[in-house]
Design a protein around this ligand. Structure first.
Ligand code: ADP
Length: 334
C-alpha cells in the first residue's frame, strides 16, 4: 500500500513546556513520518481543560507548543498542524463515541486513577472520558498509526476497543489504530529523580525542558541521584543509574555510551564525569531547538497562519469522516 495513503495522527497537550519525553516519545517520530505518510498533528487544548481549568496562560502555551514542534523539525507544509478546538467535528465524534464507552472501563484507566489522586478536588467528567476524546482525535481522520510514548499504551488499547465497538455496531468505518515507533518498543524517557517519567506537569526539577537554559540543564543533570558506584564487576544497575544511561543513549555518541558502560562494568566509573558528559551532550542537543523555538514564538503572525491553514485542512478531512459516521449510524434523515 502507498505509504502516503496511510494516515498518522497524534497530539500534545499545551499544559507547559515541551520536554525531552515529548521529543523522544512523540515529536521525533512526527518529523520522521511527515514526508512519507499523510500526517495530522494537533495541539490538544481541549484535553488540557480536564486538568487545567484556569485558561489564563493557555494561549501562550498553544503558541509555545506550536513553535517548539516546528523548531524540532515539524514542517507545516508537509504535515497538517492544527489546534484541537479549531475543529469542532472532534466534539461531535466524541459525543457519539461516549455512547459506546462504559463508565466501568473508564474508571479502571490507570491515568484516570492517577489524576484522581493528584487532583482530588477536580474529578470532572471530562477527566473520566479523556480516553474517549482521545479516540475521537485519533479516528477523526481515520488514522491507523499513532506515534506516542509508552505512557499512552493503555489509551491506545481503549481506542481500539471503542473503534471495534463502533465498527461492529454501525459498519466498518475506522481502521484499528496502532501505537507506532517504527517497529521498535515505545519509548519512556525517565525522570532525573529516578522515579516515573519526565512530564510537563509533575516534578519539574526532574524533567528536562526544550526551553531550559544551558545552566539549568547542567544543574538538573548534576543533581540527579547517584551513589558510591558499583561494588562488583558487572553489577546490576539500580533504576536511577539505568535512567542516566538511558538518557545518555538518547543524546550522546555510541562510543561515549560504551566508554561509560565499560567503566561501570569494571567499577572505575565516576558518576561526576558521566553527568558532566551527559550535561554537555544534552546542551548540544537542546540549545539549537530552544533558540529556534524562541525566534518562532516571536512571530505570532506566522503561527496564526499555520494554525488557520491547518484547521482548514483538518476540518475538510473531519467533515468527510463525520459524513460517513452519520450515514453509518443512520443519522442522515435527508
Ligand atoms: P505530558 O505527559 O508531559 O503532559 P502529553 O500527555 O501531552 O505529555 O503527551 C504528549 C506525547 O508525549 C505523548 O505521545 C506521550 O506519549 C509523549 N510523552 C510524554 N511524556 C513522555 C516520556 N517521559 N517519555 C516518552 N514519551 C512521553
Amino acid at each position: 500500500m502507498d505509504k502516503k495513503k496511510q494516515i498518522v495522527m497524534s497530539g500534545i497537550r499545551p499544559t507547559g513546556f515541551l520536554h525531552l519525553g515529548n521529543y523522544f516519545g512523540a515529536v521525533r517520530n512526527y518529523v520522521r513520518l511527515q514526508q512519507e505518510y499523510s500526517c495530522f498533528f494537533m495541539v490538544a487544548d481541549l484535553h488540557s481543560l480536564t486538568t487545567h481549568p484556569d485558561t489564563s496562560s493557555l494561549k501562550g502555551h498553544v503558541y509555545r507548543v506550536l513553535s517548539e514542534n516546528i523548531a524540532c523539525g515539524l514542517d507545516p507544509e508537509q504535515a497538517v498542524l492544527y489546534c484541537q478546538s479549531h475543529v469542532p467535528e472532534t466534539a461531535e465524534l466524541y459525543l457519539y463515541l461516549n455512547m459506546l464507552a462504559y463508565v466501568g472501563e473508564l474508571e479502571k484507566t490507570v491515568t484516570f486513577k492517577e489524576k484522581v489522586r493528584l487532583h482530588p478536588d477536580n474529578v470532572n467528567a471530562g477527566l473520566l472520558t479523556y480516553p474517549v476524546l482521545q479516540t475521537a482525535d485519533i479516528i477523526l481522520h481515520r488514522a491507523a498509526l499513532v506515534p506516542v510514548g509508552k505512557d499512552q499504551e493503555q489509551h491506545l488499547e481503549m481506542a481500539r476497543n471503542f473503534v471495534n465497538r463502533f465498527n461492529h455496531r454501525y459498519g466498518e468505518i475506522f481502521p484499528e489504530p496502532q501505537a507506532f515507533n517504527f517497529g521498535e518498543e515505545l519509548i519512556k524517557v525517565p525522570s532525573l529523580d529516578g522515579t516515573g517519567k519526565m512530564s510537563k506537569s509533575e516534578n519539574q526539577y526532574a524533567t528536562l525542558y526544550l526551553a531550559d537554559s544551558d545552566e539549568l540543564i547542567k544543574k538538573k543533570i548534576m543533581r540527579a541521584k547517584t551513589d558510591a558506584g558499583p561494588a562488583a564487576p558487572f553489577a546490576e544497575k539500580p533504576d536511577y543509574i539505568v535512567n542516566l544511561f538511558q538518557l545518555m543513549q538518547l543524546v550522546s555518541e555510541p562510543s561515549t555510551l560504551s566508554q561509560f558502560e565499560t567503566a561501570y562494568n569494571d567499577c572505575t566509573i565516576r558518576y561526576g564525569d558521566m553527568k558532566s558528559q551527559l550535561a554537555a551532550d544534552m546542551i548540544k542537543f537542546i540549545a539549537p531547538i530552544r533558540e529556534k523555538a524562541l525566534l518562532l514564538q516571536q512571530d505570532s503572525a506566522y503561527l496564526q497562519k499555520v494554525m488557520e491553514a491547518g484547521a482548514q485542512k483538518a476540518r475538510e478531512s473531519a467533515r468527510e469522516t463525520l459524513r460517513l459516521v452519520k450515514e453509518a449510524m443512520g443519522l442522515n434523515y435527508y
